[in-house]
Design a protein around this ligand. Structure first.
Ligand code: C2O
Length: 545
C-alpha cells in the first residue's frame, strides 16, 4: 500500500438550512466533511488541527485499528481531546477491510456537523465480488438542528430531560423539498438509463434509525459495515446510526423526462418525542433532449414508523459471503460469555436541581445497570502506563446487577449506578456477548457499536434470551460481520468476536442521546506474548488532558 496524507482543519463556518443560518464546526469548512479515500493496505495519516473554541477528537468508525489504538479517537477512552490551537496526527493502516465506513467527531455532540465518508477501495487487481458499477456515490444521512447542538445536549443534561429533537434529516447535508424553505437544498443524483450505480449509504444521524427507499427502483445490498454480504434485493433498506452499506441501483432501460423521489424517515419504537419528518432527494435521469423537466412526485412507500417486524426481517437477511476468498472467521468455540442488558433508566436528581425525567429523576442509560461515567483522563494511557488507579476499575459485571423479566413489566427500581468500569480480556479471547434490550422506559432498538473489532451476529430474537434454547439456533456458518448491530426492540442479539486487538475499546449505543446518558462501556484487551501482539507506545503528539 501507499501512504495517504490528509489535513483536517477544524474551523467554524456559517451554513444555512431551512432558512436558518448558524455557525457550525466543520472540517475544512465543508458540511458534510471531506471524503477519506484509500485502498485496502494503505496507511492513512490525518493531521487534525483544532481552530475552534471546543475540544475535539475524530473517530474512524469501523476501522479496525489493529495495534493502532492510539488513533481510534473517542475522547477520554483512547485519547484526551485535541484542545484549541493543538493538533494530532491520526496514523493507521487499513488491513483486511474494504467498502464504506465513516469518520466523525467523538466528543459531546460534535458529530452533528463533523462527519464524512471513508471509502476503501479493494486492492489493485482485485475486483468487487459483483459486477462493476458505472459510478459510485456516497449517500450520507445526517440530522439538522436549527439550534446549536451543544446547547441542545447540555440543556438536556442539566435539566435531566430528553433533548429537543432535530428539525430535519439530511442527505449529503441537504434536507430536501419536503421541509419548509428547503427546496433549493435538495440532493440530486443524476443518472443515465441502463447503468449500474453503487450507493455508499452511511447513517451519520445522531439519534435515529432510518428507512430508505427510491421510488420504482429496487436496491441490491452487497455489503454491510465494510464487509461483503451475499447480495439480496430490497425495496426499502433500514440503516442505524453508525452502520454503512453499499447498495447497487440498476437504472431503467429508458426513462425520458423522469425524476423519482428517494426518501428516508425514521424507524422508531421508543417512548417520547422524535423527529418524524422525511428527507427527500431526487433521482434524475439525464435528459436526451433539452426539454423542460417536471419533478415527478412519485414517492416510494416506506414501512410504518414502528414496523419492528420489517426491521427484524430485514436484518436477518444479511449473510456473510463465507467463501474461500472472503471467509467468515466466526469463533466456533467460546472462552468468555457475557450477558449485557442495554436500556434506559434514571438516576437520582442531583441536589439543588429540578429534574424533568421520570418521577423527578434524570434520564440515564446503562449497560447491566451501570451508567458509564467518562473519566477525566484517557483510559488507554491509564492502561498502557499501569495507572488505572482512580481512573477505572476492572469489575464491569458480566451479567446484570438487577435481573428481572426484561421484556415484561418494568421493576419499580429503575435506578442505575454511575461508574467507570471495564472488562479485561486476555489477548485472543473468543467472546460471546448477548445484548438484551430492556423495557424499563419502553422497548427500543439500540444500535450497539463496538470499536476495534468486527463482530459476527450469530443470533437474534424477541423476548428474553433463553440460554438453554436460543444458542442451538445460532448461525456459526455465514453470520453477517459488522461493527454496529441493532439490538432489536423488545428482544436480544448475540454476537461473537475474537479479542485479537490489544488496547482499550469503547462499546456504546450509537444514538448520541443514549451515549450521553451512559449507555457505554469499555473492553481492555491485554497484549499477547509475541511482539506483533503488543500495542506500541503512544505517538509523541498524543494530546494531554
Ligand atoms: Cu461511530 Cu464510538 O462511534
Amino acid at each position: 500500500g501507499i501512504t495517504r496524507h490528509y489535513k483536517f482543519e477544524i474551523k467554524l463556518q456559517n451554513v444555512t438550512r431551512l432558512c436558518h443560518t448558524k455557525t457550525i464546526i466543520t472540517v475544512n469548512g465543508k458540511f458534510p466533511g471531506p471524503r477519506i479515500i484509500a485502498r485496502e493496505g494503505d496507511r492513512v495519516l490525518v493531521k487534525v488541527v483544532n481552530h475552534v473554541p471546543n475540544n475535539i477528537s475524530i473517530h474512524w468508525h469501523g476501522i479496525r485499528q489493529l495495534r493502532s489504538g492510539w488513533a481510534d479517537g473517542p475522547a477520554y477512552i483512547t485519547q484526551c481531546p485535541i484542545q484549541t490551537g493543538q493538533s494530532y496526527v491520526y496514523n493507521f493502516t487499513i488491513i483486511g477491510q474494504r467498502g464504506t465506513l465513516l469518520w466523525h467527531a467523538h466528543i459531546s455532540w460534535l458529530r452533528a456537523t463533523v462527519y464524512g465518508p471513508i471509502i476503501i477501495l479493494p486492492k489493485h487487481n482485485t475486483s468487487y465480488p459483483f459486477p462493476k458499477p458505472h459510478k459510485e456515490v456516497p449517500i450520507i444521512f445526517g440530522e439538522w438542528w436549527n439550534a446549536d447542538t451543544e446547547a441542545v445536549i447540555s440543556q438536556a443534561l442539566q435539566t435531566g430531560a430528553g433533548p429537543n429533537v432535530s428539525d430535519a434529516y439530511t442527505i449529503n447535508g441537504l434536507p430536501g423539498p419536503l421541509y419548509n424553505c428547503s427546496a433549493n437544498e435538495t440532493f440530486k443524483l443524476k443518472v443515465k438509463p441502463r447503468k449500474r450505480y453503487m450507493l455508499r449509504v452511511i447513517n451519520a444521524a445522531l439519534n435515529d434509525d432510518l428507512f430508505f427507499s427510491i421510488a420504482n427502483h429496487s436496491l441490491t445490498v452487497v455489503d454491510a459495515d465494510g464487509v461483503y454480504v451475499k447480495p439480496f434485493n430490497a425495496d426499502v433498506i433500514l440503516i442505524t446510526p453508525g452502520q454503512t452499506s453499499n447498495v447497487l441501483l440498476n437504472t431503467m432501460p429508458s426513462a425520458p423526462n423522469s425524476s423519482f423521489l428517494m426518501l428516508a424517515r425514521p424507524y422508531f419504537t421508543g417512548q417520547g418525542t422524535f423527529d418524524n419528518s422525511t428527507v427527500a432527494g431526487v433521482l434524475e435521469y439525464e435528459q436526451p433532449s433539452k426539454s423542460n423537466k417536471t419533478l415527478s412526485t412519485i414517492r416510494p412507500t416506506l414501512p410504518q414508523i414502528n414496523d419492528t417486524s420489517y426491521a427484524a426481517n430485514f436484518s436477518r437477511r444479511f449473510r456473510s459471503l463465507a467463501n474461500a476468498q472472503f471467509p467468515a472467521n466466526v469463533p466456533q468455540t467460546v472462552e468468555k460469555r457475557f450477558f449485557f442488558t442495554v436500556g434506559l433508566g434514571s438516576s437520582p436528581c442531583p441536589k439543588n436541581q429540578t429534574c424533568q425525567g421520570p418521577n423527578g429523576t434524570e434520564f440515564a442509560a446503562s449497560v447491566n445497570n451501570i451508567s458509564f461515567a467518562l473519566p477525566t483522563k484517557a483510559l488507554l494511557q491509564a492502561h498502557f502506563f499501569g495507572q488505572s488507579n482512580g481512573v477505572y476499575t476492572n469489575d464491569f459485571p458480566s451479567t446484570p446487577l438487577m435481573p428481572y423479566n426484561y421484556t415484561g413489566t418494568p421493576p419499580n427500581n429503575t435506578m442505575v449506578t454511575n461508574a467507570t468500569k471495564v472488562v479485561v480480556l486476555p489477548f485472543n479471547t473468543s467472546v460471546e456477548l448477548v445484548l438484551q434490550d430492556t423495557s424499563i422506559l419502553g422497548a427500543e432498538s439500540h444500535p450497539l457499536h463496538l470499536h476495534g473489532f468486527n463482530h459476527f451476529v450469530v443470533g437474534q430474537g424477541f423476548g428474553n434470551f433463553d440460554p438453554n434454547k436460543d444458542p442451538s439456533n445460532f448461525n456459526l456458518v455465514d453470520p453477517v460481520e459488522r461493527n454496529t448491530v441493532a439490538v432489536p426492540s423488545g428482544g436480544w442479539v448475540a454476537i461473537r468476536f475474537l479479542a485479537d486487538n490489544p488496547g482499550v475499546w469503547f462499546m456504546h449505543c450509537h444514538f448520541d442521546v443514549h451515549l450521553s446518558w451512559g449507555l457505554r462501556m469499555a473492553w481492555v484487551v491485554m497484549d499477547g506474548k509475541l511482539p506483533n501482539q503488543k500495542l506500541p507506545p503512544p505517538p509523541s503528539d498524543l494530546p494531554k488532558c
